[in-house]
Write a new protein. Structure first.
Lengths: 273, 421
């Protein structure tokens, strides 16, 4: 695996007894979830398991009905971010890649990255920054890493789907948050593209903490060390890819109850070799 | 971008955040210079020159609408409110001056200052205290900018922090302008009611009376200065954030920008511009009525911008001037046809020219470049490099072998697949 976790694990995110209700429906039901600094965690689960809702809560887009979300930025005291506005949470050091590419389509690739670059975010400091130019070197690096160097001056809206996904990852790199929440990064990508995305993510995991949501098991196997399975807003199980795929509860959730768990378990195990 | 640079394995050198295209710059400066032509051409024409002065003031108003709607994507159907505030501030001033001249009194705020005709008709005993100081044109002009600035800031703070957007924002701005219209029309003793204030004095600043060509050049110069200011602002990082908010506000929020403050800033700036344009309009037109506070007026301004080209400053000016020229022309010939023509124009623009005149010109330019030219427009879309660049995502040594076809794409298929590899 391409990433190294710290020797002494330090908690960066702690979700306690989290519940999110939409009307009568519980999207997340008393969920407990922890992540250590430097970890690359993959969260999987069937549709409606509450994966995206979990990200919405962490980024402040959705307010939870109960529970706590504690984020510990480097060199800062742990802080409950449950009721902070989105932009404040982002500034604390949580970045997010949305499920569909969320880029600024009528700006150039370069401008997309420049706007993401770590800098003061206020109106007045932005107005003053018209006279400064810094971070060019970093932008060069990122453009190279995501392979869009030749398209720096193209409108982001004219990129292909996979390139848009990479651009958004590049924007996250420019933002340089401590915790990255990444929602389905390889959706709609060719196997080749998703391989590269996996490597990109693993290279990012060296410096950051990553929480990745995905369905694509080929991809999950490529990048994951620890996998958390969500089901109906709760943690079903957690472990390595192999452990999770052998877990009878997981198989049952994905298959329904009328199948033979054993047979499927064998198939799973053999496909992993 | 040359073909060699694009095909090179390393990235092309990237320095400026946006490239300045020299031909485009020249075109813009030619356009701005052309705005001064009517001042020469119609120098002694008492019909057309005041009309063009009016158009230039309205072009400034279109800039204001364009900042809010074109660049930030906030459809404000109430910019007329800020225009009206500026218009009335200067309207009062010029009316008081005119009354003072007729009564042969000094241009000073005093309890016994000359009563303007509309107050006299309504049996107002004296000029209300809050209107008196406005006789000083410098104060009136300052207020014409500051008052809209203040009100739009407050309005922006409230609505944008409450995350009101889209149709709801449009409706609230419209409701506000309608409320103020009703207020102004019903307070005839203080505002002149439906008629407003007529026979205004000429604008006199720094001991110089602005009439005819002077007036035209004054307004056009202010317009050009505002244009350049807006152009600089929109090319700066601030402008890029503003357009980014239009494209994808969630993304901007997730990057840590407080979008409500950015929107408030641009809305306040647009309010101030609208106030200034209202002030200039009244000085040029010589009449100040509640029309500008009507709903139709605010919507019409949106149509000018749509026709000229949303999100381009040149387009806003072009749209305002051309549509108003058409208005004058058709009002002469077929008095009642204008609303129908305006409506059809809007539908036509939405259907056939979604980016307005500027969008049409850009397409035309691109086509002619393709046909005749060696030069390509910088934003012509597809790159010469095609898909080559994908190869540079990772160096070759790090690249894994291509995915095996036997690998199963998702867990569901994985677990249910009876055969396995």
């Amino acid at each position: 695996m391409g990433f190294q976790s710290k020797i002494v694990p330090e908690e960066i995110l702690c979700v306690e007894d989290l519940t999110v209700r939409f009307g009568g429906f519980k999207a997340i039901d008393c969920l407990n979830f922890r992540m250590d600094r430097g970890e690359l965690r993959v969260v999987i689960g069937p549709n409606g398991a509450g994966k995206t809702t979990l990200l919405d809560v962490i980024t402040g887009k959705v307010r939870p009905s109960a529970g706590r979300v504690v984020f510990q930025a480097r060199d800062q005291a742990p802080r409950d971010i449950r009721s902070l506005p989105e932009q404040t949470i982002a500034r604390l050091g949580i970045g997010r890649k949305f499920q569909t590419p969320n880029i600024f389509k009528s700006s150039t690739v370069l401008d997309n990255l420049i706007l993401s670059l770590r800098s003061a975010r206020g109106v007045w400091s932005t107005l003053a920054s018209a006279f400064k130019r810094n971070g060019t070197h970093r932008i060069h690096e990122i453009l190279h890493t995501i392979g869009l160097g030749a398209r720096a001056y193209h409108l982001a809206g004219s990129l292909a789907h996979g390139e848009k996904q990479w651009l958004e990852l590049g924007m996250l790199m420019a933002q340089d948050p401590e915790l990255l929440l990444i929602d389905e990064p390889v959706a709609g990508m060719t196997p080749r593209e998703s391989e590269r995305t996996g490597e990109l993510l693993m290279s990012m995991a060296r410096k950051h903490t990553l929480l990745v949501i995905d369905h694509d098991m080929t991809f999950v196997r490529q990048i994951a060390r620890t996998v958390t399975v969500l089901h109906e807003g709760k943690t079903l199980c957690q472990g390595t890819v192999q452990e999770v795929q052998r877990d009878p509860k997981v198989i049952q959730v994905y298959l329904g109850q009328d199948r033979q768990a054993d047979a499927a378990g064998k198939a799973t195990a053999s496909s992993l070799r | 971008m040359t073909k060699d640079a694009a095909n090179a394995p390393n990235l092309t050198p990237v320095l400026p955040s946006s490239r300045v295209s020299v031909p485009r710059l020249i075109l813009v400066f030619l356009f701005l210079a052309a705005l001064f032509i009517p001042g020469q051409y119609y120098a002694n024409n008492k019909y057309w020159l005041p009309l063009y002065s009016k158009y230039m003031a309205l072009a400034l108003f279109a800039l204001s609408v364009d900042l809010v709607w074109g660049y930030t994507g906030l459809l404000s159907l109430g910019q007329g409110l800020y225009f009206g505030l500026g218009a009335y501030a200067v309207g009062y001033s010029l009316k008081l001056q005119q009354a003072a001249r007729v009564a042969d009194k000094p241009l000073l705020a005093a309890p016994d200052m000359a009563l303007p005709d509309f107050m006299d008709y309504c049996r107002l005993p004296e000029v209300p205290v809050w209107i008196r100081p406005l006789i000083d044109i410098r104060l009136a002009l300052t207020l014409a900018i500051l008052l809209p600035l203040l009100i739009s800031t407050l309005f922006g703070l409230v609505t944008f922090r409450l995350r009101i957007k889209g149709v709801f924002f449009a409706l609230i701005t419209q409701a506000l302008v309608l409320a103020v219209y009703t207020l102004v029309v019903n307070q005839q003793p203080y505002t002149g009611g439906v008629v407003g204030m007529t026979y205004l004095a000429k604008l006199e600043l720094f001991g110089h009376k602005f009439v005819m060509t002077d007036m035209y050049y004054l307004i056009t110069t202010i317009l050009v200065i505002c244009f350049l200011g807006c152009a600089l602002l929109m090319r700066s990082k601030f402008g890029k954030i503003i357009t980014a908010i239009r494209d994808n506000e969630n993304r901007v929020l997730a990057l840590g920008y407080n979008t409500a403050m950015y929107k408030t800033f641009i809305f306040a700036l647009a309010g101030a511009l609208a106030g200034l344009s209202g002030a200039l309009f009244v000085s040029a037109y010589g009449t100040c009525g509640p029309d500008s506070l009507g709903i139709a007026w605010s919507i019409e301004a949106v149509i000018w911008v749509a026709a000229g080209g949303r999100g381009t400053l040149v387009g806003a000016i072009l749209g305002a001037v051309l549509v108003n020229l058409a208005n004058t022309y058709f009002n002469d010939k077929y008095t009642n046809a204008w609303p129908i023509i305006l409506g059809s124009l809007f539908i036509g623009v939405v259907l056939f020219l979604p980016d307005g005149i500027m969008g049409g010109l850009r397409t035309l330019g691109r086509l002619s470049m393709k046909t005749f030219g060696r030069l390509r427009l910088p934003r012509a879309g597809q790159s010469v490099a095609g898909r080559k660049h994908e190869a540079s995502v990772l160096p070759d040594t790090q690249r894994p072998p291509p995915a095996q076809p036997s690998q199963v794409p998702n867990i569901q298929a994985l677990v249910t697949d009876p055969k396995g590899p």
